[in-house]
Design a protein around this ligand. Structure first.
Ligand code: FAD
Length: 524
């Protein structure tokens, strides 16, 4: 399997290692020990594309002879941003939770892969089509398509071997429904975490549904993954549960069409905008109503839409016997990789599985962090994963990594968080330090040159502190001034400057008019 070039490089590396190791910067050593490897990536959303770009982009001498394949089950790249070709048919899960009126809830310059801004003229909070196009542009700009097998679904993946050596046996279904079996040294999982709905069951809901049918009424309880057009709910009474992005969006959109919208939220600071009645959590259902925890009841309800989030599942690894599903569990079982549906553990840096069945760089996850602008986070994780896949010795021993994980979980507990409940949420705005930490680690170990810059750009950190952008952009749209604001905005620096100006413009205006709003939270 080794070609001549690789043999020569291996020989040079052997000679160097035999001699003055201390005289060579570590980076030199890490760049001259090529090994044939095969890597499978699962998923071509934001996370999978970042993983692919950074694996393919490793220095030639490092990944010479590697086989890299990305399997994507859908017709194109883009993950959740690629619309479903079919109308939804509950309970069959749709391909994406995307709904036609979806706009980003984060300003686009902050959602980018570093160095790859959205195309000029993109609105600051654009509709989903722009984000879909952005992913396609990224894939073609970095020439990623030749590595991507579209319409290929990974059905299962199992490790055959020992904790030190072995391979992944991966079963893939191709576009003709045929099963393909292939071996890989490494698997990178980027399957997304907005696909397996978390559906709470309330006492009395069956009775409520049944008496609706008996009374000749349409009553439905459905998860927001099935939500599409608000017109479907015209003149209906709807309870929307949840104050995450999906719940807020659905409630705000429905308010313009439905007869009545109740928005049931945990915290009163996060309701939807528009004419909605805020309610606390649902307590239970009776045969004719929805009862909330404050004892109030909503009667004549036709639909309950559950914006109750998603479960963290990895079906193809579960099928392969590599991930245990133990809801609510907060302890690993014999260090097997486990999901309690919110948290996948034990993982090193939310990326590498520390299961004791295989080497610590054999199975990586990209895109697990939540409460982050995902593309920059995916990029940092992918650079880290790519270098560690290339050179597993960059990681400490499994025991040390487990101790480090325990210490970071203890640290979260000491700050009042249950790590097994918050899962991969980057609390207290820790996302930027986390990204810098990953890249700094590689620099400290000589895998990347240290040019004295930080991975997270100053403007990105600064933008995280802006308070007025969303309302500012809304006012720009109302005034019809989008063109003026977007004129000449192309580079990252120009996008950053535009956000700074907009934040000041809106902040000044609000102050001048004595307007006070609750602190603007970016909800991902
Ligand atoms: C409604 C909604 C709105 C959002 N809005 C924002 C926003 O405004 N800003 C923001 O920063 N984030 C937002 N997010 C978060 C969003 O999830 C991320 O931005 C990001 O797109 C997730 O990318 P991903 O690659 O991790 O997952 P996904 O986009 O889900 O991609 C995963 C891919 O893996 C594929 N796949 C899964 N299993 C297999 C398999 N077995 N075989 C082959 N392929 C497989 C899927 O088909 C999919 O293409 C939003 C999320 C939702 C649900």
């Amino acid at each position: 399997m080794f070609d001549l070039r690789q043999l020569v490089l291996s020989f040079i590396s052997y000679v160097l290692l035999q001699h003055e190791e201390g005289n060579y910067p570590q980076a030199v050593f890490q760049h001259i020990t090529p090994v044939n490897k095969s890597v499978a990536i699962v998923g071509a959303g934001s996370a999978g594309l970042a993983a692919l770009k950074n694996l393919v982009g490793l220095p030639d001498e490092l990944r010479n002879g590697w086989e890299i394949v990305l399997y994507e089950q859908r017709r194109d790249v883009g993950g959740i941003w690629l619309p479903d070709p079919q109308p939804v048919h509950p309970p069959d899960l749709p391909e994406t939770p995307l709904y036609p009126l979806l706009h980003t809830n984060t300003p686009v310059p902050t959602m980018t892969y570093p160095g790859f801004p959205f195309s000029p003229g993109t609105p600051l909070y654009p509709s989903h089509e722009y984000v879909e196009q952005y992913h396609q542009d990224y894939a073609s700009h970095f020439n990623l398509m030749p590595y991507i097998m579209l319409n290929h679904t990974v059905l299962s993946s199992s490790w055959i071997g020992t904790p030190d050596k072995g391979r992944w046996e991966v079963t893939v279904q191709d576009h003709n429904g045929r099963e393909i079996h292939k071996s890989f040294d490494h698997v990178v999982v980027a399957n997304g975490h907005n696909h397996e709905p978390h559906i709470p069951i309330y006492a009395g809901q069956e009775d409520w549904l049944r008496s609706g049918i008996e009374g000749g009424r349409t009553r439905e309880i459905l998860h927001s993954i099935f939500y599409r057009k608000p017109e479907r709910y015209a003149n209906q009474t709807v309870v929307v549960v949840g104050s995450g992005a999906s719940g807020r969006d659905a409630a705000s959109q429905l308010a313009l069409h439905a007869r009545k919208v109740y928005h049931s939220v945990r915290s009163l600071s996060d309701p939807a905008s528009g004419p909605v009645e805020i309610k606390p959590e649902i307590s239970h259902f009776t045969s004719d109503g929805v009862v909330f925890t404050d004892g109030s009841t909503a009667l004549d309800v036709d639909y309950v839409i559950l914006g109750t989030g998603y479960e963290l599942r990895v079906p193809f690894l579960e099928r392969g016997g590599e991930v245990l599903v133990t809801p609510k569990s907060s302890e690993p079982v014999d260090y097997a990789l486990t999901t309690n549906l919110r948290y996948l553990f034990p993982l090193h840096q939310h990326i590498f599985s520390l299961s004791n069945s295989y080497p610590t760089n054999a199975l990586a996850f990209i895109g697990l962090p939540i409460l982050v602008a995902n593309c920059p986070s995916d990029a940092a994780q992918s650079i880290y994963a790519a270098h560690i896949i290339a050179n597993g010795s960059l990681l400490d021993s499994r025991e040390e990594l487990l101790q480090e994980l325990e210490a970071s979980e203890d640290n979260l507990r000491s700050r009042g968080y249950d790590p097994y409940y918050i899962g991969h949420r980057m609390v207290d705005g820790s996302t930027f330090d986390y990204q810098d930490g990953l890249i700094d680690y590689l620099k400290a170990r000589g895998a990347l040159p240290d040019d004295g810059t930080s991975f997270v750009e100053g403007w990105r950190r600064e933008a995280g502190r802006y308070q007025y952008l969303k309302r500012g952009w809304k006012r720009v749209e109302e005034l019809g001034q989008q063109r003026e604001w977007l004129r000449g905005v192309e580079t990252e620096a120009e996008w950053a400057d535009m956000m700074t100006r907009l934040d000041r413009w809106q902040g000044g205006w609000e102050m001048q008019h004595g307007l006070v709003f609750p602190e603007e939270r970016i909800i991902f």
